[in-house]
Design a protein around this ligand. Structure first.
Ligand SMILES: Nc1nc2c(c(=O)[nH]1)N[C@H]1C(S)=C(S)[C@@H](COP(=O)(O)O)O[C@H]1N2
Ligand SMILES: [Mo]
Length: 359
């Protein structure tokens, strides 16, 4: 199929450029869905440019722009502030992209660009209040120390957040993950954490926060919009849409990763999350999505923004099967069974399908 649109692949083959991104930016092995909190090295990772060489002793976070009292905070200042620890599920907005047809050319995620961590940090709101936002400030621009070129624009990685969202009491400047200092790849020494939103908003290697009077239009704002074609205005990508994933049952065949399962009772297990509203329902299908039945939800998660476990009993009969799972959140929003295609393959929560051979 030849697709004339720029930025989408006209072949089914993953290119070496995409493989290069995939080798740097790894997903979470799906068997790690068994953990409430993802072990650090198994949490997904996405870095657009290079991991900066950061020295905590000299690191500063500047607070400037439309504020009454500009601040310069070192890591000792940040660590001396009140801190909280919270369990948050984070997912890349491009998760699922590589299963779209035609395929948007970027980091080729299948469905594993997710992880749940126990983040420790200091709340952002009191810092912004100390700096004193001017009345005409509408957004805060968060700048990372990493630098590169994307879409012809040379840039530091930068994303903004509206003032109301930035002042939410669960937004943190995080300096620890799972009880340890952030490792280099997750934003050492400090990153923004915006629970509920797709990962692009949680700026790593944070160096600057700038209050601005107009919506910020930097590259990473323009890139995260839902549009069918380049050039359309589109709508911004914000919170994580509901998604359920299952631990692929049985054991895999090395190359294809098709699952081999013994006939009989099989307990399917997984996690579900939404950044919009709590998970209300998870359903499973064992016939490729033709019919669905309710899964059993596990205990309430430790925070509003942590994934919830689920289980589903399946009487596996010999033959080839396709398993699927889908989540519904408290707004009634359910995962689509057909692809919700958009130009960069963002915010795409098509159901996961797991081919299984029962013997
Ligand atoms: N400075 C900076 N922050 C960043 C990024 C980046 O490339 N640079 N990537 C973003 C994206 S797209 C995602 S999905 C998350 C990934 O966070 P993680 O690598 O800690 O899982 O970080 C976000 N924050
Ligand atoms: Mo991302």
């Amino acid at each position: 199929m030849i697709d004339p649109r720029p930025g989408v692949s006209s072949t089914e083959e993953i290119s070496l450029d995409e493989l290069q991104l995939a080798a740097r930016n790894h997903g979470m092995p799906l068997e790690a869905l068994r953990y409430d909190v993802t072990p650090i090295g198994m949490h997904y990772l996405l870095t657009h440019f290079d991991i900066p060489n950061a020295d905590a002793a000299t690191w500063t976070v500047e607070v400037g722009g439309r504020v009454e009292r500009p601040l310069v905070l070192g890591m000792d200042d940040l660590r001396a502030r009140p801190f909280v620890t919270t369990v948050v599920t984070m997912e890349c907005a491009g998760n699922g992209r590589a299963r779209l047809h035609p395929r948007p050319v970027s980091q080729p995620w299948l469905s594993e660009a997710v992880g749940t961590a126990e983040w420790t940090g200091t709340p952002l709101r009191p810092i912004l209040q100390e700096a004193g936002l001017e009345a005409d400030a509408v957004e805060i621009v968060f700048t990372g120390a990493d630098h590169g070129i994307q879409g012809d624009a040379e840039q530091d990685y930068e994303r903004s957040l509206g003032v109301a969202e930035a002042l939410r009491d669960d937004v943190l400047l995080a300096f620890e993950i799972n009880g340890q200092p952030l490792p280099p790849q997750h934003g050492f020494p400090v990153r923004l954490l915006v629970p509920g939103w797709y990962g692009m908003t949680s700026v790593k290697w944070l160096t600057r926060m700038t209050a601005v009077t107009e919506p910020f239009e930097g590259y990473q704002m323009d890139a995260y919009r839902l549009r069918q074609r380049e050039g359309e205005p589109g709508t911004p990508v914000t919170r994580m849409q509901p998604r359920a994933l299952m631990i692929p049952p049985g054991f895999p065949e090395f190359l294809t990763r098709v699952r081999i399962v013994d006939a009989g009772r099989v307990l399917l297990q997984g996690r579900a999350w939404s950044g919009v509203a709590p998970i209300e329902r998870v359903e499973c299908s064992t016939d490729g999505g033709a019919s669905w039945a309710g899964a059993t939800l596990g205990p309430m998660p430790p925070s509003l923004y942590a994934w919830r476990s689920w289980t589903f009993g399946w009487d596996a009969t010999p033959g080839e099967h396709e398993l699927a799972a889908r989540a519904t959140d408290g707004t009634g929003s359910t995962q689509p069974v057909d692809q919700p295609w958009n130009h960069h393959g963002l915010s795409n929560n098509m159901v996961q399908r797991v081919p299984v051979r029962v013997r």
